[in-house]
Ligand binder design. Structure first.
Ligand code: SF4
Ligand code: SF3
Length: 541
């Protein structure tokens, strides 16, 4: 195995035996094979698209399969193996459908097109690409595409689709196998991935808000009630909707965990009496928090970590998530899911043990933030707000991440944090107060809702008559962990955002020359110390 896709890559190089995340070497190898099958499918599906012969089922498979390979999503070797098997069937059926004469003779086809179940083990050459810059760009593109596919998957589940995004995913995948594509072309593809990232985040925003309404500023309960509960984690709002519907009137409460927290601010979900609030913190604390929850837990997407024995019998996976030995809730033909096993188990469970009490404020997505735009603009003009600090992204278990709590605490009182993603758990329970009623932490939602931050920045630029988004009093101190964050970073770069500070470490997959390109073109910089970064970030523009 070799895996370097997340921020925890061993020694900022890569995991080689087992993952720091808990992924076993064998599962990692299966994930690489699955990725290569997706490339093979893409090779033929791009041809099928030329003839209008592409099928919806292929898109769904590519999105599912790609999402499976994200960090902390699927650790189940058998499940990944069955994706590989199905992938070959899909690949072969697309190939068989192509009109005669559309493909070169078998011997002239590239390796990605002729790979078989028998020789796939040695095929995906991305990590062994000799030229370190080409290798780095292929990896950067691959991980950006993973994020793109994951967000496209979220939108797809809600019925929001975009063929241009799917076609780009296929083109990008195949590009990583093509030795004729050099450094400049790869940089172009990486930037295009960022542009598609903006499109996919806009699509997902539309999907979420048209389906569930615009999030409203909400005081979310972080304590517990005295009835049994089901805990739902991950990012999939459709799973939450079905769970709320199926638990209605059963005497069982539903609590969110991790990235599901922002769901508490959607009007459609708020109307359920049994929607009880948020339990716990970011993904990496799940071992101890799940133990205390007492009831069943549903993992809808990333991030799952290897469960402890103490709660293994009450944690369920669904969709693209997998972990050996856990019960998986499958999707029915019509896209619904039956959560009866969780509901039955919850009935016999004790209520959750309290770990916190009180409330936190969520729900400042673009609509809510812009409804107080006049107030915000006025506060900036009168100097009550001196700067916005975008501190979006991921949280993680490395102890260096206390940097983000310290940074939030050290920010001057006339600054406002704009956040999205689970990075917020490093400071969303601090009492940072407000500025004339505007909270000092504006929480736009999940990492899936990062588009809100773009809309807020663009509207502010408009209001101040600024052509360049970089002239706003906005600085970026982004924390990353997995590949959705890679995509969000590329999306910001494609919008021309400069001077982003990135931490807690730079990605292991960036070669010195690729870092140089990012520094020269976008003034990207790694984070350092709170004091040093505060000086740099408060001085910008
Ligand atoms: Fe290592 Fe991250 Fe890959 Fe897990 S996902 S194996 S921690 S690089
Ligand atoms: Fe978090 Fe996994 Fe990235 Fe959605 S839940 S932001 S790490």
């Amino acid at each position: 195995m070799f895996c370097n896709q997340c921020q925890e890559a061993l020694n900022v190089k890569g995991c080689t035996k087992n993952g720091v995340c808990g992924k076993k070497g064998e599962a990692a190898d299966f994930q690489d094979r699955l990725l290569y099958v997706l490339k093979s499918i893409s090779f033929f599906d791009l041809k099928a698209r030329e003839y209008g012969l592409n099928e919806e089922a292929t898109v769904r498979f590519v999105l599912d399969g790609f999402f499976v390979t994200l960090t902390n999503t699927n650790f189940d070797k058998k499940a990944i193996e069955s994706y590989i098997k199905k992938g070959f069937e899909i690949r072969d059926s697309i190939k068989a459908k192509l009109p005669p004469g559309t493909l070169p003779s078998e011997k002239d086809l590239p390796a990605v097109a002729t790979v078989t179940q028998e020789n796939i083990e040695s095929m995906d050459a991305v990590h062994s690409t000799q030229d370190e810059d080409i290798r780095s760009l292929r990896e950067l593109l691959t991980y950006g595409l993973k994020g793109l596919a994951a967000y496209a998957h979220h939108a797809y589940i809600l019925g929001y689709k975009d063929e241009a995004i799917y076609e780009f995913i296929e083109k990008g995948l195949v590009s990583t196998t093509d030795d004729s594509i050099g450094m400049d072309a790869l940089i172009g593809l990486v930037m295009e991935c960022g542009q598609k990232g903006v499109s996919v985040l806009a699509l997902l925003d539309k999907a979420n808000t048209e389906t569930y309404g615009n999030p409203e500023p909400t005081a979310v309960n972080i304590g517990v009630r005295n009835r049994p509960g089901i805990l739902i984690s991950g990012h999939d709002l459709r799973d939450l909707e079905q769970l709320l519907e199926q638990t209605k009137g059963t005497g069982i409460d539903v609590y969110t965990h991790g990235e599901m927290l922002p769901a508490n601010s959607y009007p459609v979900f708020k109307k359920y009496d049994n929607f009880a609030g948020n339990y716990g913190n970011a993904w990496w604390k799940q071992n101890e928090e799940f133990e205390k929850f007492n009831g069943p837990i549903l993992m809808t997407t990333n991030c799952i970590i290897p469960p402890r024995e103490s709660y293994k019998n009450r944690i369920y996976t669904t969709g693209i998530v997998g972990f050996e030995g856990l019960t998986h809730i499958y999707e029915n033909e019509d896209g619904t899911k039956d959560f009866t096993p969780l509901i039955e188990q919850a009935k016999a469970s004790k209520p959750p043990e309290p770990i916190e009490s009180g409330t936190i404020t969520a729900g400042f997505a673009h609509e809510a933030a812009l409804s107080v735009a006049d107030k915000i603009i006025d506060a900036v003009k009168t100097g009550k707000i001196s700067r916005f600090m975008v501190m979006a992204g991921c949280d993680g278990r490395q102890k260096e991440r206390t940097y983000y709590t310290d940074f939030a605490k050290a920010l001057p009182k006339d600054t406002v944090i704009l956040t999205a993603g689970c990075a917020k758990y490093r400071y969303n329970k601090l009492d940072l107060g407000d500025i004339e009623g505007i909270p000092r932490v504006i929480d736009a939602g999940q990492c899936n809702d990062s588009y809100s931050l773009v809309v807020i920045a663009q509207k502010l630029a408009e209001a101040f008559g600024l052509e360049d988004i970089n002239d706003l009093p906005v600085s970026y101190n982004i924390a990353w962990y997995e590949q959705k964050a890679v995509l969000v970073l590329l999306a910001l770069l494609s919008l021309g955002v400069k001077n982003i500070t990135l931490g807690p470490t730079l990605p292991a997959f960036l070669s010195p020359n690729v870092v140089k390109v990012l520094v020269e073109n976008f003034s990207l910089r790694p984070n350092t110390t709170v004091e040093e970064d505060m000086k740099v970030l408060l001085k910008q523009a």
